[in-house]
Design a protein around this ligand. Structure first.
Ligand SMILES: O=C(O)COP(=O)(O)O
Length: 235
């Protein structure tokens, strides 16, 4: 299938489920803490559906599911564990590093906007991607609204000095597509992450990608004169 060309002067990526498969570390820590507190571990698929709205939202849903009335201890112990195991198993999804390198060769400035805690997002990105890949990484910060509010996406666009309407926002969940729309940006939904494809498709996106190369080909086609020799030619 020929994907549409996407004219974008900058690309803003979600982190968990889009660039990095963080689920193995999230599942490992959450289930370890649950078991320490006397609860049954949760299946990976259940936890996967809780990622994307930030750690607080995930733990609220876990507590509701397991009937934990006071989730303070769960929160404290989970954060303590996850801080120590941020990139124990987490790795970029297959093809992501090549896609980022392709975008870099197209001279597209890139940013990350995630609902992960800001310091954790910086650490994950810093450890898994070459330095200077992203102009800015914005995670959850006190006093700043989370996605799907557009504030962080708009802040990233300002930092990149690109009009929101010329930015492409790429994410794996409905929250990301709603963020793109609220920020007035192009939206690309990726189906290799934690969002359900049918839910993504119920949202308005300019593009749906089944693999990172799809995204690169779409932006390459919109910038044909910039395509460097090292990048695979578009489909
Ligand atoms: O929910 C999280 O912790 C992270 O979410 P995001 O990287 O998909 O925004």
């Amino acid at each position: 299938m020929m994907l549409p060309a996407l004219t974008a002067d900058a690309v803003i990526f979600d982190l968990d489920g889009t660039l990095v498969d963080t689920l193995p570390d999230i599942v490992w820590c959450l289930n370890r803490v649950l078991q320490d507190q006397g609860y049954q571990p949760l299946p990976r698929e259940t936890i996967s559906a809780y990622v994307g709205g930030g750690t607080g939202a995930m733990l609220e849903r876990v507590a509701a599911r397991l009937g934990i009335a006071d989730d303070k201890a769960l929160h404290t112990h989970y954060i303590a564990c996850y801080q120590q195991h941020l990139v124990q198993f987490s790795r970029p999804f297959e093809g992501v590093l090549e896609m980022l390198e392709g975008c870099r060769q197209l001279q597209l400035p890139m940013a990350i906007v995630t609902n992960k805690a800001h310091d954790m997002a910086l650490q994950v990105a810093g450890q898994l991607f070459p330095s200077n890949t992203f102009e800015i990484v914005l995670g959850q910060r006190r006093g700043h609204p989370l996605k799907p509010q557009p504030d962080a996406a708009l802040e990233a666009a300002r930092h990149l000095a690109v009009e929101p309407s010329r930015c492409l926002f790429v994410g794996d969940t409905v929250i990301d597509l709603m963020t793109a729309r609220a920020a007035g940006m192009h939206a690309a939904g990726v189906t290799w992450g934690y969002g359900r494809a049918y839910a993504l498709q119920a949202q308005t996106a300019d593009l749906y990608c089944d693999q990172p190369a799809d995204l690169l080909h779409a932006v390459q086609r919109a910038n044909p004169t910039c395509v460097a020799g090292a990048i695979a030619s578009p489909l």
